[in-house]
Design a protein around this ligand. Structure first.
Ligand code: FE2
Ligand code: FE2
Length: 153
């Protein structure tokens, strides 16, 4: 659920927007660690939104998130190139498209924070993180395993 008032857990604290679960674990240690960091940044943004935290704190998290998405995509693409992933070009194209959208949101927030639709952005992040990891990232795991790199089950 994305909204100004989020669901609460048993302790009465707001639940994270996007929870880490085994279903999103690729088994590639450095990738999972980066995905966890992405989840943490999205949840941080969500928490600040729910708590009504003022600028420039929201802008800082948004910028950190944008930079981390870029960093993660670069790391992932380098790893896939080293492992000879056959669908790398399509994967890169998907990353580029997502990056363009994240940059667009970040820029519009920077220019017009007062009219920025944070719920829309959080919904977008929640959707693409899950669907990209579950479909596109999971698809490269056999290639990484074949290259001899450690993949946890
Ligand atoms: Fe990816
Ligand atoms: Fe990824």
């Amino acid at each position: 659920m994305v909204g100004s008032v989020g669901p609460a857990n048993l302790e009465g604290r707001p639940m994270p927007l996007i929870e880490w679960a085994d279903s999103v674990k690729t088994g590639v240690p450095e990738i999972d660690q980066q995905h966890r960091q992405l989840f943490a940044l999205v949840n941080d943004l969500y928490d600040k939104n729910v708590a009504g935290v003022a600028e420039p704190s929201v802008a800082e998290t948004l910028t950190a998130l944008t930079e981390y998405v870029d960093y993660h995509f670069t790391c992932e693409e380098e790893l896939l190139a080293v492992c000879g992933y056959e669908d790398l070009q399509n994967h890169k194209a998907e990353h580029r498209k997502l990056m363009e959208q994240v940059v667009f949101y970040e820029k519009s927030h920077r220019q017009h924070p007062e009219t920025f639709d944070m719920d829309d952005f959080l919904g977008f992040l929640q959707f693409w993180l899950r669907s990209h990891i579950l479909q596109s990232d999971m698809a490269y795991v056999p290639s990484i395993a074949r290259s001899g790199r450690p993949v946890e089950s």
